[in-house]
Ligand binder design. Structure first.
Ligand SMILES: Nc1ncnc2c1ncn2[C@@H]1O[C@H](COP(=O)(O)OP(=O)(O)OP(=O)(O)O)[C@@H](O)[C@H]1O
Length: 252
């Protein structure tokens, strides 16, 4: 379990994450939604110790992330950041090999190679493994980054807006891949998402943030409601039940 207790971050006079406490489970998909500037990325960055906190603690299966060596934390959780632009001219395989760094320290063992092969196959990238990253489409590149975190092979996988710049087919492909990871591998996937309907259709739990605080937290049917969504986004939604999922419409 990831236990977040009273996590706080301010920039000057603005408190952008304000005493957030929550627990993230050992398996399943948890999506964090909320408007621009709500503090979603800041929260995720503190949980993954990319960013220090002004106050509060984060423990991952009992390990204090702020007090532990990076290598130890990197064996517990992996993170896909929002900005995955890559200037280095590396191949898909080389990118995925980076995921093994916490295990290999740069020297790939046979076990590492097997993990890389498996991650490539799982993400349907085996045929593209020798292609330079910069020659891939947005969807292929995103899958390559997902394969990199998969190769890291941690229980907790945290992704900040992994559907950025993807068309519907590729976004659906990435969400299905993450669902499979949660179900078949028993991973705990935590995502920041802007598309509330992907969050609704694919998550076990949705955490809705606004102004640095969690304002709703529960299964999709309790968060994807006109009332809750109005509180989060300040606009009108209609919500429809479609094939068992709660789908919000907000086109006007
Ligand atoms: N380095 C920084 N310096 C000053 N303010 C910052 C910094 N990083 C983030 N902020 C501010 O903190 C607030 C929360 O930002 P954050 O990126 O966490 O929001 P978000 O919910 O992820 O937003 P988005 O949906 O736009 O990505 C915003 O008001 C942002 O301007």
């Amino acid at each position: 379990m990831i236990a977040v207790d009273n996590l706080t971050k301010s920039y000057g006079p603005a408190t952008v994450v304000d005493g957030v406490s929550l627990q993230l489970p050992q398996t399943g998909i948890t999506s964090i939604i909320g408007p621009n500037g709500a503090g979603k990325s800041t929260l995720l960055s503190m949980i993954t110790r990319i960013l220090g906190a002004d106050a509060g603690t984060v423990t991952v299966d009992g390990v204090d992330v702020f007090a532990s060596p990076g290598k130890k934390v990197a064996r517990l959780l992996s993170v896909l950041r929002q900005d995955t632009s890559m200037t280095a001219r590396i191949t898909v395989r080389e990118l995925v090999e980076f995921g093994r760094f916490p295990h290999s320290g740069g020297r790939l063992t046979p076990e590492c190679r097997a993990a890389v092969d498996e991650a490539l196959a799982y993400c349907d990238l085996t045929e593209l493994e020798s292609r330079p990253i910069h020659e891939l489409s947005g969807g292929q590149r995103q899958r390559a980054f997902v394969a990199m975190v998969l190769a890291q092979d941690t229980r907790y996988v945290l992704l900040d807006e992994p559907l950025n710049n993807l068309d519907m087919a590729h976004a659906t492909g990435v969400m299905r891949l993450l669902r499979r990871l949660a179900e078949e591998r028993g991973k705990s996937i935590v995502l920041v998402l802007h598309d509330i309907n992907y969050a609704s259709a694919h998550s076990d739990r949705i955490i809705a943030m606004r102004d640095g605080a969690v304002v709703h937290d529960g299964p999709p049917e309790s968060v994807i409601t006109p009332h809750a969504l109005h509180e989060v986004y300040g606009m009108e939604f209609t919500v429809h039940r479609i094939e068992g999922d709660w789908i919000a419409a907000y086109y006007r």
